[in-house]
Design a protein. Structure first.
Length: 128
């Protein structure tokens, strides 16, 4: 069963459900015309591997940090740092949630969940 889904209208932006955060994360695997990091992807939606690690920091009270709205600032709420390898999420020790330091199977999709994948500007992704 699929562990990641290609977001509609994109050529290479995938989302997956993160059990550590209890929400969706996105991974950009192609340059889609706006500034963002691009991850390597093995192309397997059943046993995905993305590289390098994925660092996601969720913020509350996000506001543009510059007039171009290319950067945002806000109060840090949750840090999630992981490797995704062969359909498993390897959470690193610097995660702020209870799965820090653990490896778990990715959630099968489709997932009946009231949350939708984040749009750009509500989640900050960066690479190591």
């Amino acid at each position: 069963m699929s562990k990641v889904q290609l977001l509609p209208g994109t050529a290479g932006t995938y989302s997956f459900f993160c059990p550590g955060c209890g929400t969706w994360h996105t991974v950009h695997t192609k340059n889609e015309g706006f500034e963002h990091p691009v991850w390597g992807f093995n192309g397997d939606v059943e046993k995905p591997t993305f590289s390098p690690s994925l660092l996601t920091i969720h913020y509350i009270g996000m506001v543009p940090a510059d007039e171009n709205k290319s950067h945002y600032k806000g109060q840090r709420e949750l840090r999630c740092h992981s490797f995704i390898r062969n359909g498993k999420i390897e959470y690193l020790q610097d995660c702020d949630h209870v799965l820090a330091g653990q490896t778990v199977e990715m959630v099968d999709l489709p997932l009946e969940c009231p949350q939708k994948p984040f749009d750009h500007g509500k989640e900050s992704n960066s690479t190591d």
